[in-house]
Ligand binder design. Structure first.
Ligand code: SF4
Length: 166
Protein backbone atom coordinates (compact mmCIF):
# COMPACT_ATOMS: atom_id res chain seq x y z
CA UNK A 1 0.00 0.00 0.00
CA UNK A 2 1.57 3.33 -0.99
CA UNK A 3 1.66 5.69 1.97
CA UNK A 4 0.92 9.24 0.84
CA UNK A 5 1.60 12.67 2.29
CA UNK A 6 -2.11 12.88 3.16
CA UNK A 7 -1.83 9.70 5.26
CA UNK A 8 1.16 11.20 7.06
CA UNK A 9 -0.71 14.45 7.67
CA UNK A 10 -3.69 12.63 9.23
CA UNK A 11 -1.45 10.22 11.14
CA UNK A 12 -0.21 13.07 13.35
CA UNK A 13 -3.78 14.24 13.94
CA UNK A 14 -5.90 11.10 14.37
CA UNK A 15 -4.90 7.47 13.84
CA UNK A 16 -8.52 6.39 13.68
CA UNK A 17 -9.05 8.73 10.74
CA UNK A 18 -6.09 7.14 8.95
CA UNK A 19 -7.86 3.76 9.19
CA UNK A 20 -11.20 5.23 8.04
CA UNK A 21 -9.59 6.93 5.02
CA UNK A 22 -7.56 3.89 3.99
CA UNK A 23 -10.66 1.70 4.27
CA UNK A 24 -12.65 4.28 2.29
CA UNK A 25 -15.35 4.43 4.95
CA UNK A 26 -17.98 6.90 3.79
CA UNK A 27 -18.20 9.92 6.04
CA UNK A 28 -21.44 11.65 7.05
CA UNK A 29 -23.29 12.35 3.79
CA UNK A 30 -24.67 15.65 5.12
CA UNK A 31 -21.33 16.88 6.32
CA UNK A 32 -19.82 19.85 4.54
CA UNK A 33 -16.42 18.16 4.87
CA UNK A 34 -17.67 15.01 3.14
CA UNK A 35 -15.15 15.33 0.34
CA UNK A 36 -11.99 14.57 2.30
CA UNK A 37 -9.82 15.50 -0.68
CA UNK A 38 -11.52 18.87 -0.84
CA UNK A 39 -11.28 19.29 2.92
CA UNK A 40 -7.58 18.50 2.83
CA UNK A 41 -7.07 21.00 0.01
CA UNK A 42 -8.90 23.61 2.03
CA UNK A 43 -6.22 23.25 4.68
CA UNK A 44 -3.81 24.25 1.95
CA UNK A 45 -3.49 27.80 0.69
CA UNK A 46 -4.47 27.78 -3.00
CA UNK A 47 -3.41 31.18 -4.41
CA UNK A 48 -0.48 31.14 -6.85
CA UNK A 49 -0.14 27.40 -6.52
CA UNK A 50 2.66 25.88 -8.56
CA UNK A 51 2.33 22.21 -7.79
CA UNK A 52 4.81 19.58 -8.79
CA UNK A 53 3.87 15.89 -8.90
CA UNK A 54 6.57 13.26 -8.56
CA UNK A 55 5.31 9.69 -8.31
CA UNK A 56 2.79 9.62 -5.47
CA UNK A 57 3.97 12.88 -3.94
CA UNK A 58 2.65 16.30 -4.83
CA UNK A 59 4.47 19.37 -3.57
CA UNK A 60 3.03 22.89 -3.50
CA UNK A 61 6.07 24.94 -4.49
CA UNK A 62 9.55 24.30 -5.79
CA UNK A 63 12.27 26.91 -6.20
CA UNK A 64 16.03 27.18 -6.26
CA UNK A 65 18.01 29.29 -3.81
CA UNK A 66 21.79 29.53 -4.02
CA UNK A 67 21.96 26.25 -5.88
CA UNK A 68 19.74 24.54 -3.32
CA UNK A 69 16.32 23.08 -4.15
CA UNK A 70 13.63 24.42 -1.82
CA UNK A 71 10.32 22.58 -1.54
CA UNK A 72 7.46 24.59 -0.06
CA UNK A 73 4.25 23.40 1.55
CA UNK A 74 1.69 26.16 1.84
CA UNK A 75 -0.89 26.00 4.64
CA UNK A 76 -3.73 28.26 5.61
CA UNK A 77 -2.80 28.25 9.25
CA UNK A 78 -0.14 26.89 11.57
CA UNK A 79 -2.78 25.09 13.64
CA UNK A 80 -1.73 21.63 12.43
CA UNK A 81 1.92 22.57 12.05
CA UNK A 82 3.36 19.33 13.39
CA UNK A 83 1.36 17.31 10.86
CA UNK A 84 2.40 19.68 8.08
CA UNK A 85 6.05 19.40 9.15
CA UNK A 86 6.04 15.61 8.93
CA UNK A 87 4.14 15.70 5.64
CA UNK A 88 6.87 17.95 4.23
CA UNK A 89 9.64 15.83 5.76
CA UNK A 90 8.04 12.83 4.07
CA UNK A 91 8.30 14.61 0.72
CA UNK A 92 11.93 15.55 1.40
CA UNK A 93 12.71 11.95 2.31
CA UNK A 94 10.95 10.61 -0.80
CA UNK A 95 12.94 13.05 -2.94
CA UNK A 96 16.18 11.89 -1.28
CA UNK A 97 15.29 8.32 -2.18
CA UNK A 98 15.07 9.55 -5.81
CA UNK A 99 18.53 11.08 -5.43
CA UNK A 100 17.27 14.66 -5.04
CA UNK A 101 18.47 16.64 -2.03
CA UNK A 102 16.23 19.50 -0.98
CA UNK A 103 15.30 21.51 2.05
CA UNK A 104 11.75 22.35 3.01
CA UNK A 105 9.81 25.43 3.87
CA UNK A 106 6.42 25.59 5.56
CA UNK A 107 4.59 28.69 4.40
CA UNK A 108 1.71 30.33 6.27
CA UNK A 109 0.94 33.37 4.05
CA UNK A 110 -2.04 34.53 6.10
CA UNK A 111 0.15 34.63 9.21
CA UNK A 112 3.10 36.03 7.22
CA UNK A 113 5.26 33.22 8.52
CA UNK A 114 7.63 30.74 6.98
CA UNK A 115 9.53 27.96 8.74
CA UNK A 116 12.56 26.13 7.55
CA UNK A 117 12.34 22.33 7.59
CA UNK A 118 15.43 20.18 7.23
CA UNK A 119 15.67 16.47 6.59
CA UNK A 120 17.63 14.75 9.38
CA UNK A 121 18.41 11.08 10.12
CA UNK A 122 16.19 11.45 13.22
CA UNK A 123 13.29 12.71 11.09
CA UNK A 124 13.80 9.78 8.72
CA UNK A 125 13.70 7.34 11.67
CA UNK A 126 10.50 8.93 12.91
CA UNK A 127 8.95 8.73 9.42
CA UNK A 128 9.92 5.08 9.07
CA UNK A 129 8.14 4.37 12.35
CA UNK A 130 5.10 6.37 11.19
CA UNK A 131 4.94 4.54 7.83
CA UNK A 132 5.23 1.14 9.55
CA UNK A 133 2.53 2.17 12.02
CA UNK A 134 0.25 3.42 9.22
CA UNK A 135 0.62 -0.01 7.55
CA UNK A 136 -0.13 -1.70 10.91
CA UNK A 137 -3.21 0.50 11.39
CA UNK A 138 -4.36 -0.33 7.83
CA UNK A 139 -4.26 -4.05 8.66
CA UNK A 140 -6.39 -3.72 11.80
CA UNK A 141 -9.79 -5.41 11.41
CA UNK A 142 -11.52 -2.48 13.11
CA UNK A 143 -10.49 1.18 13.51
CA UNK A 144 -8.67 2.36 16.63
CA UNK A 145 -11.17 3.76 19.18
CA UNK A 146 -12.06 7.46 18.88
CA UNK A 147 -10.27 9.98 21.06
CA UNK A 148 -11.79 13.40 21.54
CA UNK A 149 -9.49 16.05 20.08
CA UNK A 150 -10.05 19.60 18.85
CA UNK A 151 -9.96 18.36 15.24
CA UNK A 152 -13.15 16.30 15.83
CA UNK A 153 -15.21 19.49 15.55
CA UNK A 154 -14.15 19.89 11.88
CA UNK A 155 -13.92 16.21 11.04
CA UNK A 156 -16.24 14.62 8.45
CA UNK A 157 -16.37 11.51 10.67
CA UNK A 158 -17.63 13.26 13.80
CA UNK A 159 -21.14 11.77 13.44
CA UNK A 160 -19.63 8.35 12.87
CA UNK A 161 -17.38 8.60 15.93
CA UNK A 162 -19.57 10.55 18.33
CA UNK A 163 -23.17 9.86 17.21
CA UNK A 164 -24.24 8.86 20.73
CA UNK A 165 -23.12 12.23 22.10
CA UNK A 166 -25.02 14.27 19.49
S1 SF4 B 1 -14.16 12.61 14.71
FE1 SF4 B 1 -12.29 12.78 15.93
S2 SF4 B 1 -11.86 10.66 16.55
FE2 SF4 B 1 -13.25 10.55 14.83
S3 SF4 B 1 -11.98 10.32 13.03
FE3 SF4 B 1 -12.42 12.49 13.26
S4 SF4 B 1 -10.72 13.31 14.44
FE4 SF4 B 1 -10.68 11.09 14.68
Amino acid sequence: MPVTGVHIWYYYICKREVWLIIHQIAADQDDENIDLGRFFNEQTYQRDKKELSLGHIKVDRVREENGELVVGEVKKSSRFKESARYQLLYYLDTLRQMGVQARGELLFPKERRRERVEWTPEAKQELEKAVADIRRIARLPVPPPPKKISFCKKCAYREYCWAEEN
